[in-house]
Design a protein around this ligand. Structure first.
Ligand code: ATP
Length: 305
C-alpha cells in the first residue's frame, strides 16, 4: 500500500530585520532586532508535517553554503527525509523580511536561489517515491511547470494530492482536475476567483467556484476565523482553536497544511483533518518564527482533546 507524504517546494533562510521603517535608496538605517531561521513554504510544511507525526520526504534544492547546511540540519532534527540537491555556484534561497517595529507589519523579498532552479527533472528523479506516497503536496514558490508535472504524476498514480496555490498568482484551468484538495488562504482564493473574500457568503461562493473548476475538495483558510471546507457532498466552517496568546501568525498557513497532510495520510476524514490542521496552526501562532514554531504530535492531540 501507499504511505507517507512527499512535499515539493522551496527552502529560504528567513532573515528578519526589525526597524522603524524601510530605508530609502542610498540610506543606511540602524535596526532594532534580527532573527535568522529556516523558511520557505514547502520547507515549513515538511517540518510541520513531520513534527505532527507524518512520514515526510521533502524534494528541493539548496546551495552549498551555510543556509543550505541550516536547512539540512532542520530536516535532520525534525525527521524529514531530505531529497535535496546541494548545488555549487548558486546560493540557497533567502528571504529579506523587514518587520515594522511598531506594527509588526512586514515587507519581504524572496530570492529563491537554488530552489528557483527546481524543474521537472527533480520530479522525474523522485518518481518512484512520489508514486508510492499516500500524499503529494506542493505550492507555487518553485517554478509552476515542476508543480504541475508532479501533481499530474501523483494523480496518475492514485496518490492523494494537496495543492496550496501560494503565493497568489493565476494558474492554468487544467490544474484544478489534479487537486484532491486545493488549499488557498483568502488572498490566494481572491486571486483565483477574481473577487474579494470578506464575508462568509463570498467564501462559500469562492469555494464553489474552485470546486466547479475541477478540484475534488476546497479548503479556504480564514486566519483567526478558522477554515471552510467544501466538497460536492458536504461543506462546513471549522472554527479556529485558541492555544494561548498569539505572538506571530507567520507560517500559520504552513502549520495548517503540515498538520492537515499528516492527518489525511493517517486516514482521518477530511473535516477531522481540517480540525487537526487548525489545531496545529493554533499552537504555531503562539510561538515566534515559522519552522521552529511547529508543534509536536503530543501538543496537537492535547489541544484536540
Ligand atoms: P501565513 O501567510 O501567515 O502563514 P496564511 O494566510 O497562509 O498564513 P491563514 O488563513 O492566516 O493562513 O491561517 C491558516 C490557519 O491558521 C487558519 O485556518 C487557522 O486555523 C489558523 N490560524 C491563523 N491565525 C490564527 C489565530 N490568530 N489563532 C488561531 N488560529 C489561527
Amino acid at each position: 500500500g501507499k504511505s507517507g507524504i512527499v512535499i515539493l517546494g522551496i527552502f529560504a533562510a528567513d532573515t528578519a530585520y526589525k526597524a522603524k521603517r524601510l530605508p530609502h535608496i542610498a540610506e543606511t538605517l540602524m535596526g532594532s532586532g534580527f532573527t535568522l531561521g529556516p523558511g520557505g513554504k514547502g520547507s515549513n510544511q515538511a517540518i510541520a508535517a513531520a513534527r505532527a507525526g507524518g512520514k515526510v520526504t521533502f524534494i528541493s534544492r539548496v546551495g552549498n553554503d551555510p543556509f543550505g547546511e541550516m536547512a539540512l540540519a532542520a530536516y535532520a532534527a525534525a525527521g524529514v527525509k531530505a531529497n535535496v540537491m546541494k548545488m555549487d555556484g548558486v546560493s540557497s534561497g533567502a528571504a529579506f523580511i523587514f518587520v515594522d517595529e511598531a506594527t509588526g507589519d512586514n515587507a519581504i523579498i524572496v530570492a529563491p536561489g537554488a530552489a528557483g532552479l527546481i524543474g521537472i527533472e527533480d520530479v522525474d528523479a523522485n518518481r518512484a517515491e512520489i508514486e508510492r506516497a499516500a500524499i503529494f503536496m506542493t505550492q507555487l514558490e518553485q517554478p509552476l511547470d515542476a508543480a504541475i508535472h508532479a501533481l499530474s504524476m501523483a494523480k496518475r498514480a492514485g496518490v492523494t494530492t494537496i495543492f496550496n496555490p501560494a503565493p497568489a498568482r493565476a494558474i492554468p484551468d487544467s490544474v484544478y482536475d489534479l487537486c484532491d484538495f486545493i488549499v488557498p488562504n483568502e488572498v490566494e482564493a481572491a486571486e483565483l476567483v477574481g473577487h474579494a473574500i470578506e464575508t462568509d457568503e463570498q467564501a462559500r461562493a469562492a469555494a464553489r467556484t474552485l470546486l466547479d473548476r475541477g478540484a475534488k475538495a476546497v479548503i479556504l483558510t480564514l486566519g483567526a476565523r478558522g477554515a471552510y471546507y467544501q466538497a460536492a457532498d458536504r461543506s462546513e466552517f471549522v472554527p479556529a482553536f485558541s492555544a494561548g496568546n498569539v505572538v506571530d501568525t507567520t507560517g500559520a498557513g504552513d502549520a495548517f497544511l503540515g498538520g492537515f497532510a499528516t492527518a489525511i495520510s493517517e486516514g482521518y476524514a477530511p473535516v477531522e483533518a481540517v480540525r487537526f490542521g487548525c489545531a496545529t496552526a493554533a499552537i504555531a501562532v503562539t510561538r515566534p518564527g515559522t519552522a521552529p514554531a511547529m508543534p509536536s504530535r503530543g501538543e496537537i492531540d492535547a489541544l484536540l482533546r
